[in-house]
Design a protein around this ligand. Sequence first.
Ligand SMILES: C[S@@+](CC[C@H](N)C(=O)[O-])C[C@H]1O[C@@H](n2cnc3c(N)ncnc32)[C@H](O)[C@@H]1O
Length: 264
Amino acid sequence: MGEDLETYYRDHWVDIEPDRMSRYEAMFQWRDGHEVLIAPAEVNPGHTVADYGCGPGGLAVELARRVGDRGKVIGLDINAEFLAKTRALAARNGLADRVETRVIEDDLIPLADQSVDRVLCKNVLEYVPDPEHTITEFHRVLRPDGIAHVSDSDWGAVIFEPSADRFARIMAAAAVAFRTPLIGRNLYGMFRRAGFRDIQVQVLASADTSGALRPVLTNMASYARLSGQVEETEIAAFLADIDRALEEQSYFALLPQFLVTAKL
Ligand SMILES: C[S@@+](CC[C@H](N)C(=O)[O-])C[C@H]1O[C@@H](n2cnc3c(N)ncnc32)[C@H](O)[C@@H]1O
């Protein structure tokens, strides 16, 4: 792997070209279907909540509604443009006074010890340089009765039809975009080693038969292209397979979400 590709898992979040940014903005909006992903965090009025890896702010702004006017949400991300979008979204929703942002510059969280009631982190830990260290930081910033709640994929636990074999080849190449592609199955051990005591794990999966995951698959194709490990013809065939399967109503994809809810 070239030197640039070694840190691509991080760099591709720092520099985002416009078409990828538009895809991300569409993908990372808050949807009612996300409720099950965050319900175990039990975010209540008055809470101070850190949203680690907040992206363009869909979840952060939804959390701001829930914490009420005595609560606060702090969105953290390595991408300053995402943080600006988070602040703008909060302002458009009349919630600017409840949402702060902080840029992540290294593997430390720029928050004081025991300063937040909740840490939420949705689909981020697969990208961080040292997820166990980041989880130790979650432990440090949480108040004694706090809860850390993360959800993540595990790219070895995906089911995709048609062309499971081709998908496996695309994913093997796309792994360049992840630091820990099999994070889902490793979260429990990481939380345990980071010092959390009460750790609940759930795996949620709902079948995608309508192509809702197409933007995710398109991103995987672009990561695979960048890796230089698969031929362009195979990438084109992969994308064409999806369209054909959707038309023939034989498309089926499952991307389980691994949820960990942990107390100190
Ligand atoms: C897949 S997106 C998820 C965004 C958002 N949490 C959501 O679910 O809508 C991953 C996010 O993690 C951020 N990220 C990547 N590496 C990070 C790091 N080391 N520290 C903090 N955030 C990071 C990216 O900039 C991006 O916003």
